[in-house]
Write a protein that binds this ligand. Structure first.
Ligand SMILES: O=C[C@H](O)COP(=O)(O)O
Length: 302
């Protein structure tokens, strides 16, 4: 079992340190691991994601689910944060997503425009901000510039920065696609190089990599691939994302492999809430059993 090298507290400043401590040590299992509930699908995919469990289209229901499930944070866009979070302020940390887009236009030149600021996050009592970075998109240069300003603001306001590092674009598709080992590994490293405190990535698939040098061995096991991705993220805390709903065993195995590799935690949305309330909590309890086996005492070194 590997443990995360951890963020070096000395470089964080008091605001980031306090907020990360609240997320990692005062919520969830309080053991340095983290489980976040993402809930920006209404914007990113449209309401279709809520059809399997219509209750989840109500943001109040979903925030309560995050509280009942003992999550370390819930990630929402500005509109929902302003309308709903204040009813539950402090009961579960808020990760304010600063940018977002619909999936209506094609993804070829993906760029997620800013909808909110780090100052909004401070005003709303958030403990972190989220930014989607499309690594490899033709619009990458604009994206990097946008992220730079968010990073500078996050540093100034003492706000942890979580980067959703999503490979996108034709060049990525030519190398095996957005969840190939190559693409996920590069995205994790990019987020770390650009100053993320945490990075959210898809689980890497070695067998999907193509058209790149031999270093990305297609015969790597899933465990070897996620080990490499955690190494690439280095002191940026790594969160593994859920993706479309799959069977529970496959998801729990993914969670186990991620934690074994030294990931800090999970950010599973559809796999948690595309099912009836008690079933969601039952699945969350299984995820927590896994996280409990991988305490991360050094996650936040102060
Ligand atoms: O921000 C969107 C979410 O990352 C998607 O989460 P999910 O794939 O676990 O539903």
């Amino acid at each position: 079992m590997k443990t995360q090298p951890g963020i070096n507290g000395a470089g964080l400043g008091p605001g980031k340190k306090t907020r990360l401590n609240r997320i990692l040590r005062q919520h969830g299992l309080c053991n340095g691991t983290a489980m976040f509930l993402p809930y920006d699908h209404g914007l990113e995919h449209g309401p279709r994601d809520f059809f399997d469990n219509p209750a989840v289209s109500d943001p109040a229901y979903t925030i309560r689910l995050a509280i009942e499930g003992g999550f370390n944070g819930i990630a929402v866009q500005i509109g929902l944060a302003e309308k709903f979070y204040w009813d539950y302020a402090g009961e579960v940390p808020l990760v304010l997503k600063l940018n977002g887009k619909t999936d209506i236009p094609p993804d070829a030149e993906a760029l997620s425009p800013l909808q909110a600021s780090v100052a909004d996050a401070v005003r709303l009592g958030a403990d972190a901000v989220g930014y989607t970075l499309y690594v490899g998109s033709p619009a990458q240069e604009t994206d990097f510039r946008q992220l730079r300003q968010v990073r500078v603001d996050a540093q100034r306001f003492g706000m942890p920065l979580v980067v959703w590092a999503y490979p996108r674009g034709a060049a990525i598709e030519a190398k095996g696609g957005r969840d190939s080992f190559y693409a996920v590994d590069y995205a994790a490293r990019t987020a770390s190089e650009l100053g993320a405190d945490m990075v959210k990535v898809n689980f890497p698939h070695p067998e999907k990599t193509s058209g790149v040098k031999d270093a990305y061995r297609r015969e790597f096991s899933p465990q070897q691939a996620i080990d490499a991705v955690v190494r690439s993220a280095n002191r940026t805390l790594l969160l593994v994302s859920g993706g479309e709903k799959q069977g529970d065993e496959a998801m729990l195995e993914k969670a186990r492999q991620a934690m074994e590799a030294g990931a800090t935690g999970l950010i599973f949305g559809r796999n948690v809430w595309q099912r009836e309330h008690d079933e969601s909590l039952r699945f969350v309890a299984h995820l927590q059993d896994i996280l409990a086996k991988y305490p991360q005492p050094g996650t936040l070194q102060v």
